[in-house]
Design a binder for this molecule. Sequence first.
Ligand code: F3S
Length: 770
Amino acid sequence: ASFTPLTEKDCTSITPPYAVLQQRLKRISEILNHRPLTLAEKILYSHIHNPETCANEGIVRGHTYLQLSPERVAMQDASAQMALLQFMSADLPTCAVPTSIHCDHLIQAIDGAESDLERSIVSNKEVFDFLESAARKYGIEFWRPGSGIIHQIVLENYAAPGMLMLGTDSHTPNAGGLGMLAIGVGGADAVDAMTGTPWELKAPLITGVHLTGKLNGWTTTKDLILHLAGKLTVKGGTGRILEYFGPGVESESCTGLATIANMGAEVGATTSTFPYTDGMRAYLHATGRGPVARAADEAQASGFLRADAGAEYDEVIDVNLSELEPSINGPFTPDLATPLSHFAKVVQENGWKDEISAGLIGSCTNSSYEDMTRAVDIARQAKAAGLSTKIPFLCTPGSEQIRATMERDHLTDALEEVGAVVLANACGPCIGQRGTESTDENAILTSFNRNFRSRNDGNRNTMNFLASPTVVTAMAFSGKLSFDPQRDSLKTPDGQMFKFTPPKGEELPASGFTYGRLEYYPSPSPQPQPDTQITISPTSQRLQLLEPFKSPFDDNSRSELPRMTVLMRVRGKCTTDHISAAGPWLKYKGHLQNISENLLITAVNDEGGEVNVAQDYDQETGKSTTDTIPRIAQRFKARGEPWALVVDENYGEGSAREHAALQPRFYGCLMIVARSFARIHETNLKKQGILPLWFADKADYARVGAGDTIETVGLEALLKGDSSARIGLKVTPREGEAFEILTNHTMSKDQIKWLQAGSALNKIKNDSKA
Ligand code: F3S
């Protein structure tokens, strides 16, 4: 496609230092005896802080812990609060790497862009002021409310082939659409990069996804990732990078690849990436980053930015894009994939009401120019037939650049003419900011990425289904779940039958992107202003300075964790949304005490099957008090009684929110024993000084219940630095004989030091004092 690029930006701070990276990679390649490397390995290993640390033992995927130096950090407004509160405690003058803050999650979606934005700025003023002043003090780029969604802005401005970036949001991998590794982490990991501490990651396994053929008709890159989610399930990517390769990659646009990378988070992948393509080059030029494209061209010519011939993957999945069909995933989990042509049958079989209550398009996942032009193609076809949308139809542009370009090219008009409401450039309805009081069962259809219960509007009974923006748009004209736009027709006002033709989109705007309102753009590479005052009122309900967690080993005589009581055994799926709910709680992200009142409020107690119910047993009388989970945790905290949780499979899947680790720690949790953990959450627990253990025999899960006490056996060897030590647990049940069980752990030598210090932050502080 021909397009006019934006004026070239100053790309000094965003062009990866390819020469340095390739030099480091050369050394690693020698250490690994020149074995062919996958692209993901090349990017990852070229960011190893000191390659010599790998000289003795080499690198074994799935085993070796890498110490990495990311080049950039991006934070959204909700998670940035806690990250900055932690960074402030390190008392450093500026960030060690370029960092940006994006105000997007705290914008409500009620009645339209302007009023929603104004209202949200007023109601979150204290937080936005805090973030802006901290940004000024430390030289961080501040993207104000209304500027757009973190991942879209990163893709448009900062992402570059071969870069390694951390972001405090689980959809950070979106930037993988530009052939880089972008990894979603908790605020505490971001603080590592911001303080120049090497960031640790266990070398992931690499799943190769081999793409052949070409998408056609109604099928988009969204459908590819929805299909893969069905295949891999929400756990299939855990501990893995998804590396796409093959001729099918070349035929997709950069923003289309970003959609795939974005939703790699839904299968639990560490991140996703692609070799550098013509589409990426075009996107870099179109977004004013010609210098990055030219540097990437050179790096590619010298063998970087693509896998070596003969590189081996831990697993390869083959997908023929020509054979894919659109998919609808859900409700309540992103891996429940149904081909669109079978969906009407599934609706009938489940007895779901054949109605859609709202259609939502846009978000960080699907608001590219290509997505919007395809949705508009559908809207124009419908309008020409005299149709308008049957249900509320909301569109969330990903950035000011997209919003302004849509407006200039009359895409916004085309959507509004058929009944769409264009919301602010922010997360809005994607993160439970849609503002409904209803508890009725209903179904919404979105082109977003997450569909856990209560995710989009706080209503547990809202069934949420994920689909491509074109399918969502077409179905909004029918209002029925059973409508298949590939096959079915709609009746027009003049009684004719109308059938959509497969939509077409434009990869990039022919007249180039336009910036829109310039006040939304921060000055690049701002200098820190150390005299800036960051004030947090002691009476604030939104922000609270952090008190360091006490180490259980402060008393030097101790070599095991203190005896702990099991607060509860959690049943089944327990995402970070279950552990620390979003929606109305988002406003307390910077106030640990207040937000902790949502601890596990949607978790199911395995002993009784109820939601948000726990028991506090009196050890003497055996009598129990029943209350909500947070209130029981508060009782433990008030008594100074350490406690543990027993949890099920893939505990902590979902978003990277570190509050899910901070909150139990705040109430005195010291250990969580799981059938399995999601990677980011497991690391977050370690950062906050909670010991995550895996049942060696998963059947032991059912043997430990609320009110039992647990003592660690063999932790001493681990604390002395033997990271291969096995840890046993002595369980004393409320009734019956004590018994021992065996566990596994993933604690590295450095992570053991976090446990000893009481948290990773305590460790950084102790080191800076030493
Ligand atoms: Fe925001 Fe939803 Fe994306 S919350 S960052 S639009 S996943």
